[in-house]
Design a protein around this ligand. Structure first.
Ligand code: NAD
Length: 275
């Protein structure tokens, strides 16, 4: 066996995220995109940490995390991103447990149902504020909290989840479309600001998935039917496929990629007329 083939064999045994510490925020249940990302990260060898946003989801998160090998060592704690003191406390705990962070996943969104499904011009001022605060400002707040931990790791990768209702009008996405527009702009501004710290910031624009948040958008089933019938790849997107794009963005293979919104939608976004 040549020296070259020994190196190759070793690499095949390694996960793409071996030795990386990844905080995955936004697991609500097993259908959550964050769960697809977490399981893909674990497959690739990352150490994981999780949050729960409120008492209602706490048990779900604890039960799911308990199904993962090595869960006893995983930091899991409360973090409602609308509360700065919870963000501060949570990251202090991650620092105490890990002393560094390599990967931050923001898979978080919230909007009042009436600000999604009604007429767009009737969105309430408070409804839009809440949607932007929880779904978009949180990316800035979490990136700021993570920065000292990324610096201890020598750099980091941040990613969030968006939807192509920013450049295209999607019925029943109203206030969330505005929040996603902010999130995508933040991705570019954070990438420019944090790049000199070797921190990359990207967004994944996923196709429609029947999750808790997805089901709050009227017409999610119709959107999935349309994707299956018309997307260039003629199929629907899965949680695992989004997880694999997240692995790429978390890994060193994407070290030249920052400020990007990457589509994981079977090519649906390139279509104009879908008739
Ligand atoms: P989900 O309901 O499983 O996840 C949303 C998560 O947001 C919840 O699990 C919850 O933990 C978190 N969250 C809500 N309010 C919070 C708060 N105040 N503090 C902390 N966390 C809070 O649904 P999902 O579809 O997995 O959504 C994850 C992300 O993916 C969202 O940003 C969503 O907009 C985006 N996305 C979803 C789809 C889709 O079709 N499902 C498509 C593209 C993008």
């Amino acid at each position: 066996m040549t020296a070259h083939s020994v190196i190759w064999d070793d690499r095949r045994l390694m996960g793409l995220l071996d030795g990386k510490k990844a905080l995955v925020m936004g697991v609500g249940n097993k259908r959550s995109i964050a769960w697809g990302i977490a399981t893909a990260f674990q497959r690739e060898g990352a150490d994981l940490a999780f949050n729960w946003p409120n008492d209602r989801l706490k048990e779900n998160v604890l039960e799911l995390v308990a199904t993962l090998p090595g869960h006893e060592a995983m930091p899991v704690g409360p973090c409602d991103v609308s509360k700065q003191e919870e963000i501060d406390g949570f990251f202090a705990e991650i620092d105490r447990r890990w002393g560094k962070l390599d990967i931050l996943v923001h898979s978080i969104a919230f909007a009042a149902i009436e600000d999604l499904k009604g007429r767009f011009h009737e969105i309430s001022r408070d409804g839009l504020k809440i949607a932007i605060d929880i779904s978009a400002y949180s990316l800035v707040a979490l990136s700021r909290a993570a920065l000292p931990l990324f610096e201890k790791a020598g750099g980091g990768s941040v990613m969030s989840l968006t939807y192509n209702a920013v450049d295209r009008v999607v019925p029943s996405y109203n206030s969330m479309a505005m929040a996603k527009a902010v999130l995508e702009a933040e991705t570019r501004y954070l990438a420019a600001d944090l790049g000199p710290h070797n921190v990359r910031v990207n967004a994944i624009s996923a196709g429609p998935l029947k999750t808790l948040a997805g089901s709050a958008v009227k017409g999610i089933s119709a959107a999935r039917d349309l994707m299956e019938a018309k997307a260039p790849l003629r199929r629907n997107i899965t949680q695992e496929e989004v997880g694999n794009v997240a692995v790429f963005l978390a890994s060193d293979w994407s070290r030249a990629v920052t400020g990007a919104t990457i589509f994981a939608d079977n090519g649906f976004n390139i279509l104009g007329v879908t008739e």
